[in-house]
Design a binder for this molecule. Sequence first.
Ligand SMILES: Cc1cc2nc3c(=O)[nH]c(=O)nc-3n(C[C@H](O)[C@H](O)[C@H](O)COP(=O)(O)OP(=O)(O)OC[C@H]3O[C@@H](n4cnc5c(N)ncnc54)[C@H](O)[C@@H]3O)c2cc1C
Length: 445
Amino acid sequence: MTATPYRPQGNRHHVVVIGAGLGGIKAVQKLKNENVDVTLIDRTNHHLFQPLLYQVATGILSTGEVAPSTRQILRGQDNASFFQGDVTDINLESRTVSAEFEGATRVFEYDSLVVAAGAGQSYFGNDHFAKFAPGMKTLDDALELRSRFLGAFEKAAMTDDAEERKRLLTFVIVGAGPTGVELAGQVAELAKRTLDNEFTTINPAEATIYLLDGAPQVLPPFGKRLGKKAQRVLEKAGVDVRLNAMVTNVDEDAVTYKDMKTEEETTLVAETKIWSAGVSASPLGKMVADQAGVEVDRAGRVSVNADLTVGEYTNVYVIGDMINLNKLPGVAQVAMQGGTHVGKLIAAKLDEESTANEREPFDYFDKGSMAIVSRFNAVVKMGKKVELSGFIGWAAWLFIHVLYLVTNRNRFITLLNWGLNVVSADRGNLAFTRNQRHARNAIED
Ligand SMILES: Cc1cc2nc3c(=O)[nH]c(=O)nc-3n(C[C@H](O)[C@H](O)[C@H](O)COP(=O)(O)OP(=O)(O)OC[C@H]3O[C@@H](n4cnc5c(N)ncnc54)[C@H](O)[C@@H]3O)c2cc1C
């Protein structure tokens, strides 16, 4: 017998939102006071603020600060309910979504659908690199990276073989976009400041941190001037930045890259490798695009209409990192503003038949990009004219990131932690477990 698809009792318009990330949660919140029922489905039980993941990976923040419980966020919203499940199927004809949680499956029927499932790491066809060089997209990733960073120092302390110690104290980060830059800066600070004087058999400050990128500069979207500044700050902090460096192989022991100018190949022997070089939209994008008869680009992003609907389906919206529209970047503001936009459209068009062209287009307002480079030092680019760096950039970064956290509790605790981090070299979240270190490979094996 086929189970009846879920829809809330009563006969209100039912909006299903897939993904409780930055875009999905905004869409749900925008519908708070509307005459609709909202069902939010996410494979995790939390709303993750990815821009601060690197601070979890490097022991500054705890998981709760960057990932509050989705149920708690929605507690005050009577028209919304949440299900934890992995969406495995979307059927645009029958207007249903199937989700699964540890063997239990459920089908949901919708009137409007918002697909906000974000993006994963892309290894540009070299998926076998993932085992040796994990990316950083989820809480699991960040905790695993924390355990890999700190575990490498612990292992190094246990060996008296100088070559092995060097291998263990070498960290290679691939990709010099904001995530790679932020991670490299923080790993350097962890090694040279936080762990200073904590070991008797090794000197953590002797760790070597490489940051590699195939591009000729770090932080390409920030422009040459800020890219150069960021590179100088990183180098001063002890990071070895290698540009025009195209990675050709990653295995258990090393990362190999080719210098794009000289064609010379170099192999960096390292225990800890991290991949932050590319993204690929959720496969749910292609599932929707195929049914709607629209294209996905090489990164799996869906060609959406100007109002963020898909093809002829005026009740199906795709937002955030999954969209290919006017070259919009995969950044937090595109997702958040997209969520607000579709929430508004759904509320406004409830009683109206209209085509995508007759609806209000998504009008993205670019509030700028920012990245922390090291302690008290960030780069900020707003429009074509405003470029900030150094301490002023850092203060702007701090203000904006606190503002974007989703609850006041998170804002307060995060600020407190940052304050403590400013006055002391200690970090409050350096615990790691064996499970965090080994679970990925154990599960895959
Ligand atoms: C490490 C890192 C640092 C970043 N730093 C910055 C920054 O400094 N500034 C900036 O502007 N942007 C930054 N970004 C980008 C920004 O976080 C994203 O653009 C934004 O989160 C995209 O929002 P989204 O709603 O599209 O997807 P996400 O926020 O990724 O949310 C997607 C949600 O969908 C869920 N999901 C995925 N697949 C399924 C499925 N099949 N079933 C159910 N649920 C599913 C996921 O669990 C997740 O909760 C960063 C990203 C990363 C990874």
